[in-house]
Design a binder for this molecule. Sequence first.
Ligand code: FAE
Length: 529
Amino acid sequence: MLNRRHFLGAAALSSAAALGLTTVSARRADAGVPDRAEAVVIGTGYGAAVTALRLAQAGKRVLMLEMGKLWDTAGSDGQVFSGMLKPDKRAMWFKERTEAPLNTLLWLPVINQKIEPYAGVLDRVHHGDFSVFVGRGVGGGSLVNGAMAVVPKRDYFAEILPQVDAEQMYRTYFPRAQRELGVNTVDPGWFEQCDSYRYARLSRGHAHKAGFDTVFVPSTYDMDYLRREEAGTVARSALNSEVIYGNNHGKRTLDKTYLAAALGTGLVTIASLHEVRSINPTRDGYRLSVRQIDEYGTELAVKQIDARYLFLGAGSLGSTELLLRARETGALPELNEHIGQGWGGNGNVMTARANHSWGLTGKLQAAMPAMGIDAWDTDSVFAEIAPMPAGTELWLSLYLAITKNPERGHFTFDAAADKARLHWTAEQAQASVDQAKQVFDRINRANGTIYRHDLFGGNRAFENRFTYHPLGGLVLGKATDDYGRVRGYRNLYVTDGSLIPGSTGVNPFVTITALAERNIARVLADDLA
Ligand code: FAE
């Protein structure tokens, strides 16, 4: 458990970054978690972190319940996280092998490794042939993501969320989110001559040759730290192939920004390794059934915790499952038919091109992307130029394309398994492949290159069987009102990516953060004043 007693700095973000969040043993945590709080926030990802900070700044006492662990303690190797090259139990959430997005290299299963099941930082949640990657731990997706902090195109934002005042978002809430998240950009002069982004410069040249535009992508990774990594003056993280299994340095994760500031108010308590299993109404709020585990998955306790105001920030999969379970088990029967609808994976497609023998990416690759191919207006594709930081030259260029796929999936509740099941088919994902193929066919033609078929299994050149960007399930204006208040119930709110109807056209966390800022400002003014 974390609260101000373990908080060494003031609320300012700069001191928050150096706050040295201490580890608290499970037993002490157990003793300190209250069984009642005015406001409970489920999860500690983007939406949850914004909500907790703003509630606390308004003087409310907040309890945050997070199923993952607090990542603040070094293992025997002196590191908090295991890197991608030598992953261990810390890499994944209760798996026996790592499940990296790329399966094979040269068709050989050399990427994934056997690990001990543990409360690791990255989860890959399987729904049939399709899977969703999510972060687990205090900080949610910020712990594992590529830190690409992109504001969506205004026209597209207005298209997906027409009921939200775009003018206000772009004037007030997007800038606020960027500031609080510590968004920065790579120095263009350094970018042009560094080794770290040789791979991005190569892909940029290929894109330009095919007539596509490229753009720098802002980041929550400290780009000055990256520059110093390359200069050899600080410990390497992005230059040590660290990203999806956590970064030991350099990244402004939520535990260093919003959550640190929230703890600094003295009004926020974070209980980690606490998973909310069910929500029931009480006379004046909600009662949660919460399962506490240790890092190896042993159940320590099942607790009942009461909340007057309840905020769901467990992410698209987590929050949707909680409300679907509540509706289908009859706990919250007034939840409407939109619970579990309107889901999308932001049109994610991964692909890779084989480079010419003279087209070197270099063996040093910053694991944090800094550039994207912007073909959104012409081809409905925004493609991140992704690293393949294997520590050796692989003669390949990797991309994560975000496409405009109008298809939507939905969830049903499997009572026997007590789980939400996502319904999303390969046919529904095909539009994304078609769009990405159009762009990369053109790039290949212009450069005399071909696709790589050895990375994703089954000889495929495009991987559309996973997403990093789950969005929707509790869509704004449908499952909730236009500010995230759940329809049918009072004092029950959704704060996270499940509000966004399946697509943002860019990497989503800035949108999730800004929308959460907007919604909590209204909720504080109207409901909790
Ligand atoms: P999220 O950050 O997922 O947080 C939800 C939290 O709730 C997690 O900590 C869960 O452990 C916790 N939780 C779930 N269920 C429960 C429960 N029942 N009880 C207690 N706790 C629970 O939610 N986005 C970008 O914009 N740029 C990127 O570069 C980028 N790269 C990515 C790379 C990877 C590998 C991944 C997996 C994602 C990436 N994303 C990126 C997506 C981004 O991280 C994601 O959209 C946000 O984290 C979603 O924020 P939410 O607040 O919805």
